[in-house]
Design a protein around this ligand. Structure first.
Ligand SMILES: O=C(O)CCC(=O)C(=O)O
Length: 345
């Protein structure tokens, strides 16, 4: 198979053949298009496959029509649609995080906010009974909320698990076969003790420190801002760029400073901004200095398929696990299902 320096194709014509432009020849290759609808925006996403390879994953149907049917430059199309780009990878490798502005559409964000509000009300209600303890203590008292294990609360949360636009990044930066590590959500309206002072790296057994420094990329966390986090001072994820490569820990006094120490960055973004970060990046919920601040956001953690580093995988009811599609099941170990699925990863 040649590398796709570019292609042209007819999606709706009678001959489903793509021509891949290689350095020295043109190769016609049969291709298929598969499509799926986003449940909240009813926008159509498609993927372009040749054999069992997926070249272009999931994009908006209209963009496809404009670019392919309209015969605009195919090299530009591939550049636009294939993520992570070389520049994004370079930034992530060097800084340990990556911010994707306007990643979710506003209608998608609004639907997720409604789902989150409903879920918080459900978790806070007297009738809510938890069968399995969550990974960490939830915060269900007072004005601020933090909850875990979201996937069975609303189809929109499950939809984000393997949302193809983010999967391009998760697969490209991390692992072709990602597994679910964790899901959690914050709804905050006021300062709490951890704001600006909850510095840590992620991972069991003291953040995988026993593996030595620098700590490898073992978990990739994706955050989605649902409220407007374009201003600092409302608990924005705060991190030290490049600290995943550090060979030593920060000074304990620095981690206790209410005003942030040099090099710490508050991640800002409009509603719909997504960001990804490496488990070994030093981070904290950011300082809370805005009286009118508000933070509503989701986190999805992914781990390698040969890991089981969080309880989330077996914190869902059997009926929920049984209801998952074949694609969604791939994010779980086979042994959580009944009957177990005998497969690797
Ligand atoms: O945004 C935050 O509050 C930080 C969350 C965090 O520390 C984590 O997900 O590991």
């Amino acid at each position: 198979m040649c590398e796709p320096f570019g292609f042209a194709g007819s999606a709706y014509g009678s001959v489903p053949v793509a021509v891949f432009f290689c350095a020295h020849r043109l190769v016609p290759i049969p291709f298929s298009l598969q499509s799926r609808y986003c449940p909240c925006t009813t926008r159509k996403w498609m993927q372009f496959c040749t054999g069992n390879r997926v070249w272009l994953r999931w994009f908006e149907c209209r963009k496809f029509e404009r670019n392919i049917i309209g015969r605009e430059g195919s090299a530009r199309l591939i550049k636009e649609l294939l993520h992570p780009t070389a520049a994004e990878r370079f930034f992530f490798d060097n800084n340990g995080y990556l911010v994707l502005e306007d990643f979710l559409s506003l209608s998608h964000v609004e639907a997720l906010r409604a789902a989150l509000a409903k879920t918080v009300a459900h978790r806070r209600s007297a009738r809510y009974q938890r069968e399995h303890e969550p990974a960490f203590a939830e915060r269900l008292e007072g004005a601020n909320t933090r909850i875990f294990h979201l996937l069975d609360e609303d189809p929109l949360f499950l939809y984000l698990l393997d949302y193809e636009p983010i999967m391009a990044y998760v697969r490209g930066l991390f692992n072709e076969m990602p597994h679910l590590h964790s899901t959690d959500a914050f709804c905050e309206v006021e300062k709490s003790a951890s704001h600006g002072l909850g510095w840590h790296i992620d991972g069991i057994q003291e953040g995988f420190r026993h593996l030595g420094w620098p700590i490898p990329l073992l978990q990739l966390k994706v955050g989605y801002y649902l409220s407007d986090m374009s201003e600092e001072g409302q608990g924005n994820l705060t991190l030290v760029p490049g600290s995943h490569k550090a060979l030593c820990k920060p000074e304990p006094e620095d981690l206790q400073r209410a005003e942030l120490f040099a090099g710490a960055v508050q991640v800002c973004g409009r509603p719909g901004t997504a960001f990804l970060f490496h488990n070994a990046v030093w981070h904290t919920p950011g300082p809370w200095t805005r009286a009118e601040g508000r933070r509503e956001m989701l986190y999805y953690g992914y781990e390698h398929p040969w890991m089981l580093a969080c309880v989330e995988q077996w914190r869902y009811d059997r009926s929920f696990l049984q209801s998952l599609s074949a694609d969604q099941r791939k994010f779980f170990h086979g042994f959580v299902f009944d009957p177990p699925e005998y497969r690797w990863g």
